[in-house]
Each structure stands twice: as C-alpha cells, then as structure tokens.
Design a binder for this molecule. Structure first.
Ligand code: IPE
Ligand code: IPE
Ligand code: MG
Length: 243
C-alpha cells in the first residue's frame, strides 16, 4: 500500500539497492549463512511488489557481484540455488504485474541452469511495460564499462563509428542499463557506505541513503523511509537552484 506521506510526483525514477547484511543477519540469529540469504529473498519480494505498485520506473538490485565468486563454494552454491528458486517462484506474478526483467552482468559466467532461467525470464517479460526490474548477477561496474569500451572500439574498427562521435550517449547506449534513466536514489543496507563496484557511471548524481538495517530485516516501512529521505534532499546537479 502506498505511503500517504510520500509525494507521488517526486518519486525517484530509478532506485538502486545494494542488498547487504545477509551474512551478519544469519550470524546474529545463529543460523547458517544460506538461511540469511534465503531470508534476504523474502525481503526482496515485498520491495519489488511495492516498487511496482507505487510507480517506480526502474529498480536495480545487486544480487551477485563479480567479486562474490571469492566466497566459499558452499555459499556460492547456496546463492545460485536461491537464484533459480527465486525465478521459479516469482516469475508468474512478476509477469502478471507487467514487470520487465533484465539481467545486468555476464550471464555466460553462470552455471547453465541459472543462465537459462535468467534468459527465459528476460524473454518472457521483454514486451512488458510496467516496472523495469534490473537484477545484477555476476555484475561489476568496471567490467560493464570495459565491455562498453570494447563495443565502442569494435564499432570504430568496423568503420561504423567515428572516434569524434563517442559522447556520453554513445557510451551509455552500450551499458547494460541502456535506455534507463540514471540512478536517482541508491540504497545500501547494513550500514556499509560504499558502492562495491555497483553502477559507477549510473550513480554519478545519485542520492545515497545508508540505512543500518540488515537486508533480511528491511521492511516496506524502511523502504518508504528511504524514499522520504530522498524527497527531502536538494538536488543541484552542480547548479545553484534548490530542488
Ligand atoms: C549481501 O549480504 C548478499 C550478497 C552479497 C549476495 P552479505 O552476504 O554480503 O552479508 P554480510 O555483508 O556478510 O553481512
Ligand atoms: C555487494 O556486497 C554485493 C551485493 C550486495 C550483491 P558485498 O557484501 O559483496 O560487498 P563488500 O565486499 O562488503 O564490499
Ligand atoms: Mg556484505
């Protein structure tokens, strides 16, 4: 249900969320780490649903970074299993709500079952026009920027792009987020205050909110508190005009 205090005309068009704190939540509750991640997916459902209901245009979630392969095989396996489970159980409802799913990141680096499930979710929802849900899996912003640079270079080498024509729009068009508005609001839970290789380009003028809440405990009320904080910020974009 929409929060009455929120100004619907001043919602962020694009919200990015670094869902952090599953490990600490598991530890705090004396549970195995996989159960922390599972609890995290529960929190996720509500946030996605509500974003769609209140009219957020783009929601980008950081699910698995290029650096997260450094975790134990057991934890990586648990995360990969949850990914499959999540798509299996959610895709019908998301599709019915008109959600369009796009995976940011290198799908080729994922196990075959996961790769297939993610591609199917993208294909099935490709024509939807509701909330655009970007899920960053095997994603790193540096890798994304390198990929864009390679795509630009390939077009130059093929003679279809002149180096002088490389502007911000040309680079942006080669990011996974091509066509999306820039991130307006970046939320990272668990009190950590860093980007951890998430949407470096897209967050150039984002407002940052760092709630202390661990991700599995993140409720709709917490989410709306972040949106309220965002609505209280003066965005200047380098100018002098107060928002
Ligand atoms: C975030 O929770 C989920 C992923 C990185 C996939 P963490 O597992 O990083 O939780 P903490 O930071 O250890 O508490
Ligand atoms: C960032 O969280 C990645 C995701 C939430 C998927 P991490 O927990 O992996 O980041 P660091 O290692 O604390 O920077
Ligand atoms: Mg973490």
């Amino acid at each position: 249900m929409p929060d009455l205090q929120l100004d619907p005309s001043r919602l962020p068009a694009h919200v990015g969320i670094i869902m952090d704190g599953n490990g600490r939540w598991a530890k705090r509750n004396k549970l195995k780490i996989a159960l922390g991640h599972r609890a995290g997916t529960e929190a996720l459902r509500e946030i996605i649903r509500n974003s769609s209901d209140i009219g957020i245009k783009v929601l980008t979630l950081y699910a698995f970074s290029t650096e997260n392969w450094a975790r134990s095989q057991t934890e990586v396996d648990a995360l990969m299993a949850l990914l499959l489970e999540f798509f299996g159980s959610e895709i019908d409802e998301l599709h019915a709500k008109g959600v369009r799913i796009l995976i940011l990141g290198e799908k080729d680096g994922l196990p075959p079952l996961q790769r297939q499930a993610l591609m199917q979710a993208e294909q099935r929802t490709a024509e939807n026009r509701g909330l655009k849900l970007n899920i960053a899996v095997n994603y790193g912003s540096r890798a994304e920027l390198l990929r864009a640079a390679r795509l630009l270079a390939a077009d130059v080498a093929a003679g279809t792009l002149s180096p002088d024509a490389i502007d911000e729009a040309a680079l942006e068009a080669r990011l996974y987020t091509a066509g999306d508005p820039p991130v307006d609001l970046l939320i990272r839970t668990s009190g950590e205050m860093r980007l951890s290789n998430f949407l470096l380009w897209q967050c150039a003028y984002a407002e940052f909110v760092f709630p202390q809440t661990l991700w599995p405990d993140f409720t709709l009320a917490d989410y709306h508190a972040c949106l309220m904080q965002y609505q209280g910020r003066a965005r200047r974009f380098g100018g002098r005009q107060e928002a």
